[in-house]
Ligand binder design. Structure first.
Ligand code: KIV
Ligand code: NA
Length: 268
């Protein structure tokens, strides 16, 4: 899957996207036929034990992205650019984005967008780094905006629509819309030729994305706009408790899981 294949799906077929942060999960997501795997900077929360995405580094993103790329065959692998890895200087932004393709084997990058990322989106695209835009709730700005629904009044909605158009014109191949009213997401989807991929943005986007931990039922609870289709956390707990009980009771390891060497009988 290439960025242009995702772009071509706009208005035709629903696009499916999920996050993944490691090779085995990426393999499951890929084998299930998901179109796009996002190595989200949500890795900070889901895997690294932080309570925000802000501490995530370029090195961490490169490492997780490389693992996902090794686990996935068909899906488009998109690396999220972490806080302050872009937008500070053009050179550093391009170098950091380039690392995701050169070093980590990503197919594209994603940027949390604002007026400051229009020119960068054009530069990255011109250099051959397919770029996914992200508007609405952009958690890297949580100290500025809080983690609330965005685009809820006329001014906020207009700003998102204008920035969406500007990033399409700058060459973005798709746009994530996070936590915005469904009627705003619908309007943006109508206005743009590139596909919109929603999270907490209603059913009228061209595609949907969720954090894989929530879909699996691995996280503690889910966001109100998300859903668990499994109970992986419960399954992990059952397995680990089973192991502990069997070791404590002496049940494990039994004959089946042990090896005795006859030769050694004479030695002792
Ligand atoms: O980091 C992430 O998981 C994301 C998605 C929620 C779009 O940016
Ligand atoms: Na993110």
């Amino acid at each position: 899957m290439r960025a242009k294949d995702i772009r071509a799906k706009a208005g035709a077929e629903p696009i499916t996207m999920l996050t993944a942060y490691d090779a085995p999960t990426a393999a499951v997501v890929d084998e299930a036929g998901i179109d796009v795997i996002l190595v989200g900077d949500s890795v900070g929360n889901t895997q690294l034990g932080h309570d925000s995405t802000l501490p995530v580094t370029v090195d961490e993103m490169a490492s997780h992205t490389a693992a996902v790329a090794r686990g996935a065959d068909d899906a488009l692998v998109v690396a999220d650019m972490p806080f302050l890895s872009f937008g500070v200087s053009t050179e550093a932004s391009i170098e950091n984005a380039g690392r995701m393709l050169k070093e980590a084997d990503a197919d594209a990058v994603k940027l949390e967008c604002g007026p400051h990322t229009v020119e960068l989106t054009e530069q990255l695209t011109d250099l051959g780094i397919p770029t996914m835009a992200h508007l609405g709730l952009t958690p890297q700005r949580e100290n500025e905006t809080g983690l609330f629904r965005q685009g809820t009044d006329a001014e906020g909605a207009r700003e998102i629509l204008d920035l969406a158009r500007a990033h399409e014109d700058a060459g973005a191949f798709s746009l994530v819309l996070e936590h915005v009213p469904a009627n705003l997401a619908s309007e943006v989807t109508d206005e743009l030729a590139i596909p919109t991929i929603g999270i907490g943005a209603g059913p009228e986007c061209d595609g949907q994305v969720l954090v894989v931990d929530e879909v699996l039922g691995l996280s503690e609870g889910t966001a109100p706009f998300s859903k668990a289709w499994g109970d992986v956390r419960g399954e992990m707990q059952r397995a680990v408790e089973g192991y502990r009980e069997d070791v404590e009771s002496g049940e494990f390891p039994g004959e089946d899981h042990s090896h005795y060497e006859d030769e050694l009988e004479d030695v002792y």
